[in-house]
Design a protein. Structure first.
Lengths: 377, 597
């Protein structure tokens, strides 16, 4: 199925969810149980339209959602078996969907890594987030995955939930660390203007904003103290010495942060290949119809100019804990007087002149957004 | 026309008491304009004046009534133009004093009546708006009588709106106001008082004059005695109400002289014109070089508009000799001008004209007054900008005013309280009637320029009327308060305050800045200081996090745009040392008194 392209990373979007969580802004589809089959068929049709860009051996495949594990098991299996093999195959899952049967299905279908959306271990906070899983579901899901042999599990946590005190955050971190996941993603809750969630909780979020100021630092301190590497702004993985020498960073996501090309399939999915980015429109109907007719689905295309590509390489690269190499023309994307200023403030570190690299200091990483905005030319 | 049959008069009134309506009726009745020609309020030419109900530039109109030549000289209607009003009154022998039958006399009525009396004018009291249901003509007539020292029966009762009684006003002008009595002999050295001037794009400076002695003709070589400006009269004439050229302007007459001068500041109000051939020995009395008392920085909101602002000020200055401006550079606000005004209303008018007629978006700093300073080195200077106040001074003097406030008696307490807060010194109090009280205070002008007028109005439910006169400079215990952001003094935020209020003011400034300056990558100290002594301090704590939490394949474009936006936001900020301060923060502080309180 693979051809002679160079793209080594594939994203597949499975939009179906049992219900929509209040804070969610991903492309999701609720209550279309009858369309799972048609959708998977369409995905595979899209893959066959695009497969020529893919390299013979893929590094990573990532099934995101939605709730991929909510997809009808037969369809999920059909999809996984039809996708090209890769060194890392990740599937996102909501804890309540990971039964021993689903875990076994994933394992048998070549999945190497599962990313569980735990979000919190406090029932009250899960209710605020409108999550369906209970804390017990999270633990059960992890055990189910371990039982079938998964040795690369990632947990997602959200902090800054309305009503979440510092003690709640500590408890969440303790619960998560106790499950000994290989990987942790910790996100601050983003309350987007105009969402139902912000409408309901905006006042409370504003009230606790000052107290939550320190949560990010707290998360990093706790998780790194437990032997994890803070390898990206919001991502942690067990250090190799605690993981039989394995590098447990998400290979798929590293590809994004290193500005590699990737192909995305499914509604709302984004691809970036050869300086061209396109996003498939998020409506299910037109997607199914186009692919049923053997034509590409409706997409929005964005041409990335050379300066934009350079800026993106800087803004993505600086999210990582490894220095960004500037040699290949990237220095033009950077405002050097800003770098000097930021260096004086102890936020940015330049490598020695020979290596020509740029990295954020620890404090700089906490302020990564503002620092990056300032140092981009 | 022989002087016996000339009458020169002004109409003086508080704002909205009906001066312009009466002027319109007079023009209509005397046939100077027909009803069809009459647009509302003929004398007010500028759009702005009509909206504000005030008159910036005086003009004079000649009408005939019962075989007499009447010259109606319009006076500027506001406190900031007291000197111009006094010159206009100087050009008359009498004044029609108009009082609203429902409102009674107001502070401005009193101030103008006193000015008229000082100029020896015959006053024709008129109670206007007797057609209003709430009119109380008897009470108004009693108040006027009290004010001018005549019997209430002498006050004419009219409705300028309906025209009722206006003929009687014209008759009274002829009967009661004396004719001019200048020297009409042929050899008399001519003298004329310049009571106003205007700039015409095509004809240069047009002087409005009252001939006192002798006569003036076109082609006469003339000289302005106080300023020494020489020019040839290109044309003389009068307004009726349109411009009509005349062969000559004789003693006692009022009219215009086209000077051909290109700059109004060369022919100031109050100067005396005379002939170069037969120059008068003495100028007419009363010329003053009026100096601006209130200063503020004007900056274009968009710094690219600086040249437009400069051109606009140049144009305004052509018509406004009392407007002063010079370039000012502020580290916070960029390039602009420090402008001097006669008073607050003058400032408002200039600002509105700049914004309206020249379509400029302006940022106006908090106004301050002129200070006279003696340095320790023995130097004397005048300071118009707090950031230029020397730090080592021997003595600072500030302008004082005499404020007259008229209020219903129930509000005497709140007004006294306000004046005490503003360092006022009580002078005296008078009952104008059973209900209304006149309060005289001496106050530092600096205490008036911020929000005094608004406070006065709000504490008296709008009933207070206010007028003032500049008394001169007096020493004050004043301090220069500087604001420092991260140790850097911010020029635009320096201010001069009285020692007793310095701490409170410094605290207020610092608190406000702390609210307005966004948190930075490092702690920022915001301080108010007198010299090297810090009187208030706050710290804006450094940001502890500023990250875009999630960033995967689908988010990159949006995150990039967010960062671009953040970058753009940073560019709009003003850099004070290493601190980024949004323009809004300066505005909030500069509007400290004007805005919220």
């Amino acid at each position: 199925m693979s051809a002679g392209g160079a793209v080594r990373h594939l994203y597949v979007h499975l939009p179906f969810c049992a219900s929509r969580c209040g804070y969610c802004d991903f492309v999701t589809v609720v209550g279309r149980g009858g369309q799972h089959q048609a959708y998977v068929t369409a995905l595979l049709a899209e893959l066959s339209l695009e497969h020529e860009v893919l390299a013979p051996g893929l590094e990573s495949v990532f099934l995101g959602g939605g709730t991929p594990t909510f997809t009808a098991p037969g369809e999920l299996r059909r999809l996984l078996h039809a996708l090209p093999p890769a060194e890392e195959v990740t599937v996102e899952a909501n804890p309540e969907t990971v039964t021993p049967v689903v875990a076994a299905l994933l394992r048998e279908s070549g999945v190497t890594r599962v990313s569980l959306g735990a979000q919190s271990f406090q029932p009250g906070l899960l209710a605020v987030l409108e999550r369906r899983a209970s804390p017990a579901d999270v633990r059960r899901a992890v055990y189910a995955l371990r039982d079938v042999g998964f040795d690369n599990i990632s947990l997602d946590l959200i902090y800054g939930i309305p009503g979440q005190g510092a003690a709640d955050l500590d408890a969440d971190l303790s619960e998560a660390l106790a499950l000994e996941p290989e990987h942790l993603s910790c996100y601050e809750l983003e309350a987007k203007q105009g969402t139902r969630f912000t409408h309901a909780h905006g006042a409370e979020l504003a009230r606790q904003a000052e107290a939550m100021e320190s949560y990010f630092e707290r998360v990093v301190a706790r998780v790194t103290a437990a032997g994890y590497r803070w390898y990206e702004t919001a991502n942690f993985c067990r250090k190799p010495q605690l993981a039989d020498g394995r590098d447990l960073r998400s290979r798929h996501n590293l590809a994004y942060w290193r500005s590699r090309d990737y192909l995305g399939l499914g509604i709302g999915a984004v691809s970036t290949i050869h300086g061209r980015r396109w996003r498939t429109k998020p409506r299910l109907g037109p997607y199914l119809a186009a692919l049923a007719a053997g034509t590409p689905p409706p997409r929005e295309v964005e041409e990335l100019s050379a300066p934009v590509r350079r800026s993106e390489r800087v803004l993505l690269g600086l999210r990582l804990d490894e220095p960004l190499a500037l040699g290949t023309g990237l220095d033009r994307a950077v405002d050097w007087s800003a770098v000097e200023r930021l260096e004086r403030l102890g936020l940015v570190r330049r490598g020695d002149p020979a290596s020509d690299t740029l990295a954020l200091t620890k404090r700089g990483r906490f302020l990564g957004g503002g620092v990056t905005a300032e140092l981009l030319a | 026309m022989e002087q016996e049959r000339i009458r020169n008069f002004s109409i003086i009134a508080h704002i909205d008491h009906g001066k312009s309506t009466l002027a319109d009726r007079i023009l209509e009745l005397t046939g100077a304009v027909t009803g069809r020609q009459l647009r509302e309020q003929v004398l007010d030419t500028m759009e702005l004046e009509r909206e504000r109900g005030i008159t910036i530039k005086a003009q004079a109109v000649r009408v005939s009534w019962r075989d007499h030549e009447l010259n109606l000289i319009d006076t500027p209607g506001h406190v900031d133009f007291t000197y111009e009003v006094s010159r206009s009154l100087q050009a008359c022998e009498g004044a029609v004093l108009v009082v609203d039958a429902a409102q009674g006399i107001e502070a401005q009525t009193v101030a103008n009546a006193y000015l008229a009396i000082e100029n020896d004018l015959e006053i024709v009291p008129v109670v206007n708006k007797i057609d209003l249901p709430q009119a109380d003509p008897d009470a108004a007539a009693r108040e006027i009588a009290e004010l001018v020292g005549e019997s209430p029966d002498r006050a004419l009762r009219i409705s300028a709106k309906t025209g009722e009684g206006v003929e009687a006003v014209l008759d009274a002008i002829i009967e009661r106001i004396p004719p001019p009595s200048g020297d009409v002999t042929l050899e008399a050295p001519p003298r004329a008082l310049v009571f106003d001037s205007a700039y015409d794009q095509y004809r240069g400076v047009v002087a409005f004059v009252r001939v006192v002695d002798g006569s003036f003709r076109a082609r006469d070589p003339l000289r302005a005695m106080a300023q020494g400006t020489r020019f040839e009269a290109e044309e003389v004439g009068f307004f009726s109400p349109t411009m009509s050229a005349a062969e000559e302007l004789g003693a006692g007459e009022v009219g215009y002289v086209i000077t051909g001068l290109k700059d109004v500041s060369r022919l100031r109000v109050g100067d005396t014109l005379t002939s170069e051939r037969r120059p008068a020995g003495e100028p007419l009395p009363g010329y003053k070089d009026v100096k601006p008392m209130v200063f503020a920085g004007l900056f274009p909101t968009d710094s690219d508009e600086y040249p437009e602002l400069r051109d606009a000020l140049e144009k305004l200055k052509l018509n406004d000799a009392s407007l002063f401006y010079e370039p000012e550079t502020s580290q916070a606000l960029g390039f602009g001008f420090r402008c001097g005004f006669l008073g607050l209303l003058h400032m408002e008018i200039v600002r509105e004209r700049l914004e309206r007629e020249f379509d400029l978006d302006l940022l106006v700093t908090a106004p301050n007054v002129a200070y006279r300073v003696a340095t320790k080195a023995g130097e004397e200077l005048e300071v118009h900008n707090p950031s230029e106040m020397p730090r080592e001074v021997e003595r600072i003097e500030e302008p004082y005013i005499k404020a007259s406030i008229i209020v219903p008696k129930d509000f005497v307490g709140p007004v006294m309280e306000l004046n005490t807060e503003r360092r006022g010194r009580f002078d005296h109090m008078e009952y104008l009637s059973e209900e209304r009280v006149l309060l005289d205070y001496e106050l530092p002008l600096g205490e008036i320029v911020l929000d005094y007028y608004d406070q006065l109005k709000s504490r008296t439910k709008g009933y207070a009327s206010f007028d003032y006169d500049v008394l001169g400079f007096r020493e004050g215990k004043l301090e220069r308060v500087d604001v420092l952001i991260a140790g850097e003094p911010v020029d635009a935020l320096s201010l001069i305050v009285h020692r007793d209020g310095a701490y409170a003011r410094g605290r207020q400034l610092v608190d406000r800045l702390r609210e307005e300056i966004p948190r930075q990558f490092f702690d920022v100290a915001v301080q108010a200081a007198i010299g090297s002594r810090v009187i208030a301090r706050e710290t804006i704590k450094a940001k502890r996090k500023d990250v875009l939490a999630k960033c995967y394949g689908g988010d990159i474009t949006r995150k990039r745009k967010l960062l671009e936006q953040q970058k753009k936001g940073k560019k709009r900020m003003k850099q004070v040392g290493s601190v980024e301060v949004p323009q809004e923060a300066f505005l909030a502080v500069l509007n400290l008194d004007g805005g919220k309180k």
